[in-house]
Design a protein around this ligand. Structure first.
Ligand SMILES: Nc1ncnc2c1ncn2[C@@H]1O[C@H](COP(=O)(O)OP(=O)(O)O)[C@@H](O)[C@H]1O
Ligand SMILES: [Mg+2]
Length: 219
């Protein structure tokens, strides 16, 4: 499902990823961890096709991202949900609109958009807040809107960058439960995190990055 072959990425002289190979199978639940600057965000952005590797290649569902046209990449991205570290919610749109937009851009009928958006907001526990604006919500609620927007289109792959970044332990547990539920529906989940709490006692596969190199993989 996700395959990286000898992938490197640098930003000028700074090497973010140094010739790494990773295979993630369909339906896996994987943590990517490591200290700040290790290359976690870069790895997710490469998988999403938001960055191009300097060397090597990346296959998503057997499609080579180096060879794909812009329009095919857009189609592929519809199957990938991305929870951004800074949420990227639209402040002038309601919670409902922020989630519905992920379906509207892919051409779903308004009736379907409404139904799926309501369903997903219920799933993340925000049904009561659908008319609220993001800035009136707590950090945890904003995080859940970002997750709802990423999962509303039933993605094959869910990528999440530090999804519990600033949340307290209770909310962190809640968000984790949510990811486990999404995983149980068949989605491949990849979470970049440096949170000890998230990783504590987990039996999920954990890939450790250090200065752009893979220094551990529990698989
Ligand atoms: N857009 C960018 N421009 C310049 N340097 C970058 C950029 N993105 C990442 N880097 C550098 O690449 C390295 C890996 O960063 P990143 O992938 O954000 O790590 P992490 O998410 O593990 O903290 C760091 O040294 C960082 O400074
Ligand atoms: Mg990061």
């Amino acid at each position: 499902m996700i395959q990286l072959f000898h992938v490197s990425k640098n930003f000028g002289p700074s090497i973010a990823l140094n010739t790494i190979d990773i295979k993630i199978a369909k339906g896996e639940f994987v943590f990517v961890t490591g200290p700040s600057g290790a290359g976690k965000t870069t790895l997710l952005r490469l998988i999403f096709g938001a960055e191009k590797p300097a060397t090597g290649h990346i296959l998503i569902n057997a499609i080579n991202l180096n060879r794909i046209s812009r329009s095919k990449l857009d189609l592929l991205r519809r199957k990938i949900g991305f929870v951004f570290q800074d949420f990227k919610l639209l402040p002038k749109k309601t919670v409902f609109e922020n989630v519905a937009i992920a379906l509207e851009v892919t051409g779903f009928r308004p009736k379907v958009v409404k139904k799926k958006t309501h369903q997903t907001l219920r799933l993340v526990g925000l049904a009561e807040k659908e008319k609220a604006y993001p800035l009136s919500l707590s950090g945890g609620e904003q995080q859940r809107v970002a997750i709802a927007r990423a999962i509303v289109k039933d993605p094959l792959i869910l990528l999440a960058d530090e999804p519990t970044g600033n949340l307290d332990p209770d909310l962190t547990r809640e968000i984790m439960t949510l990811f486990k539920n999404i995983h149980q529906r068949g989605t491949t989940v990849v979470i970049a995190t440096h949170s000890r709490q998230l990783l504590e006692g987990t039996d999920c596969r954990t890939i450790v990055l250090n200065q752009g190199n893979i220094s551990g993989d529990t698989r």
